[in-house]
Design a protein around this ligand. Structure first.
Ligand SMILES: [Zn+2]
Length: 129
C-alpha cells in the first residue's frame, strides 16, 4: 500500500509525511477546505477512522463508521474549489476519487461541503455528481 518514495496518497506530489500525515497525526490542523479534503481522502486510504470522525461535522457524522478494507483507493483529483480559504467559514471541493473493489474499478465524483468551526475545518456532506 505504501509508495516506495513515500508520496502522499492525495496526489499532491509532496511526501506523505510532509502532506496529509501531519494532519492525520494531529501535528497540524488543515488550514483550508482543500487540505481537509485531501487529508480525509488519505485517511480513507490508511483506514484512519479516528481522523475521519474527528473531522466530520457532528450534525452529519455517522454513528458508526465502518471502512471496507477491500476498497483499494487509486487516486484523487480535485476538480474545483469554492471558497474554503484560510479566511472563509465555508467551502466546497469538487473531486473525483477512483478505487477498486475485488478488481472492479469505480469512480466517485462528488461536491463536498465544509465549514470551519473554532479554527477547524469539518466535512458536512457531499452531493454525488
Ligand atoms: Zn496529501
Amino acid at each position: 500500500m505504501s509508495d516506495p518514495v513515500g508520496l502522499c496518497y492525495c496526489g499532491s506530489g509532496q511526501l506523505f509525511a510532509q502532506c496529509c500525515n501531519r494532519f492525520l497525526l494531529g501535528e497540524a490542523v488543515a488550514q483550508t477546505a482543500e487540505q481537509l479534503m485531501r487529508s480525509r481522502y488519505s485517511a480513507y486510504v490508511v483506514l484512519n477512522t479516528r481522523y475521519l470522525n474527528s473531522t466530520w461535522h457532528p450534525s452529519t457524522r455517522p454513528a458508526r463508521l465502518d471502512l471496507d478494507a477491500k476498497v483499494r483507493w487509486l487516486g484523487l483529483q480535485i476538480k474545483n474549489i469554492q471558497a474554503g480559504s484560510k479566511t472563509d467559514q465555508t467551502g466546497s471541493v469538487e473531486f473525483v476519487a477512483r478505487y477498486k473493489i475485488d478488481g472492479r474499478a469505480y469512480r466517485m465524483h462528488e461536491i463536498s461541503q465544509f465549514v470551519r468551526q473554532e479554527m477547524q475545518w469539518l466535512y458536512v456532506d457531499g452531493s454525488r455528481q
